[in-house]
Design a protein around this ligand. Structure first.
Ligand code: 5AD
Ligand code: SF4
Ligand code: FES
Length: 341
């Protein structure tokens, strides 16, 4: 029998042990599913994502959007197109829009504020996912009406973080996430699984960090090697370990909103369905318009690139009902109180 309390107390030795062997996987999965049901219920929330710019000043070693990659076609959506797309999302009955981009300085404090101000009129919860910005900007955008901010911590191993991120440190990333929390954002963190040199102990550190932050949202996906990056020849993350990390994250932060990520769906045709069976309660249909969509190429084999325009909405809804779960009807804020057992 697994010891749920030791998991929830983020006992690093115990988590490392569980991550090292597969003996207890089925029990971890079952426990995560029970905890998901008990704490966040049967609803799976849809978050429509608009990847509005693939231009990035950073050079994260794993990512296809890194500044030094000259082999992709870059784009920036005009503000009006982003706003128009958000309106469509609202008309489709979705209640959250995620605005994601590389770290693109074109979207200044004022331009992002304008996006928030306009998109708020459509009664959407607004999630920003635009990388590290000035603390002052986080504050201005919160006041303008942004509700949530996603910024994965990527890895909680300071050594690995430093290797993967030229000119950035885990300590700095952590400071940003703490500031977002302090400002009252629902704050999302998360990591990749199977990064080069990443050990089970490092993954245990990721879980401990998610607990320490009390992450409101937790995105976990496999690392997928991208041929246009310095990590082209590395091995990627596997399905089983990624699912185990999703399940453990659910046990460690029972009320968090946890997506079944696109990367998980990209390494296995049923990856996202399995994610929702083992703890995830969010899915993010891709609403990036064409012709831009295929150019947001973080990693190869990304799903949904050639589907018709809004097809992912129906597809994700069918996935949810097919699993016997319910499509979320509200904004899907993190629940305030733990419901009765
Ligand atoms: N494989 C998997 N995930 C990746 N990301 C970036 N590059 C890759 C890759 N090669 C993830 C990072 C980032 C998010 C937007 O995409 O975790 O935070
Ligand atoms: Fe830029 Fe984000 Fe990719 Fe890093 S992970 S290169 S910050 S888009
Ligand atoms: Fe995009 Fe299924 S979610 S096609």
């Amino acid at each position: 029998m697994i010891e749920v309390e030791r998991i929830q107390n983020v006992d690093l030795d115990y988590l490392t042990y569980l991550l090292n062997i597969s003996t207890h996987d089925e029990e971890i999965f079952r426990t995560a599913d029970e905890i998901r049901r008990r704490y966040v219920g049967e609803e799976i929330h849809l978050r429509a994502i608009i990847e509005f710019s693939n231009i990035c000043t950073q050079n994260c070693l794993y990512c296809g959007l890194r500044a030094e990659n000259k082999d992709i076609k870059r784009y920036r959506m005009p503000l009006e197109s982003i706003i128009e797309r958000a309106e469509l999302i609202s008309e489709l009955g979705i209640k959250t829009v995620v605005l994601q981009s590389g770290e693109d300085p074109y979207y200044t404090t004022e331009r992002v504020t304008q996006l928030i101000t306009e998109i708020r009129k459509f009664n959407l919860a607004i999630t920003l996912s635009i990388g590290e910005r000035k603390f002052e900007e986080y504050k201005i955008w919160k006041q303008a009406g942004a509700d949530r901010y996603l910024m994965r911590h990527e890895t909680a191993s300071p050594e690995l973080y430093a290797k993967l991120h030229p000119h950035d440190s885990f300590e700095n990333r952590k400071a940003h996430l703490l500031e977002l929390k302090r400002l009252g954002y629902e704050t999302g963190a998360g990591c990749m699984v199977g990064l080069p040199g990443q050990t089970p102990r490092d993954l245990a550190l990721d879980l401990a960090f998610l607990k320490e932050l009390d992450a409101d949202m937790i995105g976990i996906g496999p690392f997928i090697p991208n041929a246009d990056t310095p990590l082209a020849n590395e091995k990627g993350g596997d399905l089983q370990t990624t699912l185990k990390m999703v399940a453990l994250a659910r046990i460690v932060v029972p009320t968090a909103n946890i997506p079944a990520t696109t990367a998980l769906g990209s390494i296995h045709p049923l990856g996202r369905q399995l994610g929702m069976k083992y703890g995830a309660n969010v899915i993010m249909p891709n609403l990036t318009p064409n012709p831009y969509r295929p150019n947001y190429s973080l990693y190869p084999g990304k799903i949904c690139l050639f589907e018709k325009d809004t097809a992912c909405v129906e597809c994700t809804k069918n996935m949810i009902t097919g699993l016997g779960l319910k499509v979320g009807s509200g904004y899907g804020y993190r629940i305030e109180k733990v419901r009765a057992q």
